[in-house]
Design a protein around this ligand. Structure first.
Ligand SMILES: [Zn+2]
Length: 389
């Protein structure tokens, strides 16, 4: 087994489930085990690292290898999505027909293993023109992006960043953002036998929903980005009522609004509120709860150096490169808005991320490691404007 696949197997065998707001507990939940492993791994490899507490049992591990003046940030998230409906043992990495199976194998422990292996190789070979490399292994990417947000708040800085996600070895320079919040309708509870004396919060919500659907169709569908398609609003969850013989006094829906580059999350929510006021003939005012997930879109970097260098590395290792935009969100947008030109790149297909039998092609993980290492070498060699003068 190659070094990177051996490391990947170790990472997969450590559960790091993100509860995603649910009441989950157990040894496989949260990032404690992962944090411990990562800290020890960097120490063993003589790469200084710090442990940054984000929430209880959730620590970012940030390693730093000193080199030249240019600083490259490699970023990968520690958490994985829950394992409820998996058809394989999530924490028992198995290799079959060139694939490794297990939760997180694709999203995104493959990327993390590839980045760590490339960093370790840089440490061992220590070429004279190596850049300074920061590897940020952050918590809570899958739900609220608190890990990368905390890292940026405490001054994480770099000249460029690559965020590991399964992009099929394509260079992702743009993706949508997301904001999620609840809308609540309230009513008046009575016994169902006396329903005319009550007010049904469910029936009220039934008036709100068609207005939201029309908002998506008329306002958001025509709002498009050349790389990313259109903005969207989707109702993902509904909950209301306590028993069949009670008129419900509360109904809530959870909304997922995907943002295009340039759209601001809070403004996007306010636009929905205004739409309901202006387009609806509602006799009540639905309540908008504060958003629980906010992530802006990733904009193509103005400073193209990271795209150019990574393209060259892909050409060298894979014989070609592809640049694209994707629909899903990543930590890269947080870095982008913190002023670090960022792209997303890694082995594996997003189709296998979060899937019931999550897997990754071993060959791609090994190639990704080569790409990351080549990238680090190129990034170190890049001459700054001062050195050209
Ligand atoms: Zn991911």
């Amino acid at each position: 087994m190659s070094e990177v696949i051996d490391l990947l197997a170790q990472l997969v065998s450590i559960g790091s489930v993100n509860p995603m707001g649910r009441d989950l507990s157990g040894p496989d939940v949260l990032e404690t085990g992962m944090g411990n492993f990562l800290e020890q791994w960097f120490r063993e490899n003589d790469i200084p690292c710090e442990r940054q507490s984000v929430e209880p049992a959730r620590d970012n591990i940030i390693a730093r290898l000193e080199g030249g003046s240019r600083t490259v940030l490699l970023e990968a998230h520690q958490d994985v999505v829950p394992v409820d409906n998996m058809t394989i043992d999530p924490w028992k990495p198995t290799i079959q027909e060139g694939r490794m199976y297990g939760r997180g194998s694709c999203d995104t422990k493959a990327g993390m293993a590839a980045m760590m292996t490339a960093m370790r190789r840089l440490k061992i070979e220590s070429p004279s023109d190596a850049p300074t490399v920061i590897m940020a292994c952050v918590v809570d990417e899958e739900h609220q992006f608190t890990g990368i947000s905390a890292a940026c708040r405490t001054g994480l800085q770099a000249d460029m960043a690559i965020v590991a996600e399964p992009t099929e070895m394509k260079i992702v320079v743009a993706h949508k953002g997301v904001v999620r919040w609840n809308i609540v309708t309230e009513g008046l509870s009575t016994h169902s036998a006396r329903r005319d004396e009550g007010v049904s919060a469910i029936v009220r919500m039934a008036e709100v929903i068609p207005l939201l659907e029309r908002y998506h169709a008329e306002v958001l569908r025509p709002r498009t980005d050349p790389m990313l398609g259109n903005a969207t609003l989707s109702i993902g969850r509904i909950q209301g009522g306590t028993s069949v013989n009670t008129v419900p006094n509360r109904c809530e829906i959870e909304l997922d609004r995907r943002l295009l580059p340039g759209e601001e999350p809070i403004e996007a929510i306010e636009e929905v509120r205004t739409w309901l006021r202006e387009q609806g003939d509602l006799e009540f005012e639905p309540t908008f709860e504060p958003p629980r997930v906010i992530s802006r879109a990733l904009r193509p970097p103005e400073d193209q150096a990271v795209v150019e260098l990574l393209s060259e590395s892909c050409d060298a290792v894979l014989g070609q490169h592809t640049i694209e935009g994707v629909a899903y969100c990543t930590d890269a947008s947080v870095l982008d808005h913190a002023g670090i030109p960022s792209v997303v790149f890694g082995a594996g297909n997003i189709q296998q991320a979060h899937s019931a039998d999550e897997w990754i092609e071993i060959d791609q993980v090994e190639k990704a490691t080569e790409v990351f290492y080549d990238f680090l070498l190129r990034a170190g060699r890049v001459r700054t404007p001062e050195s050209i003068r």
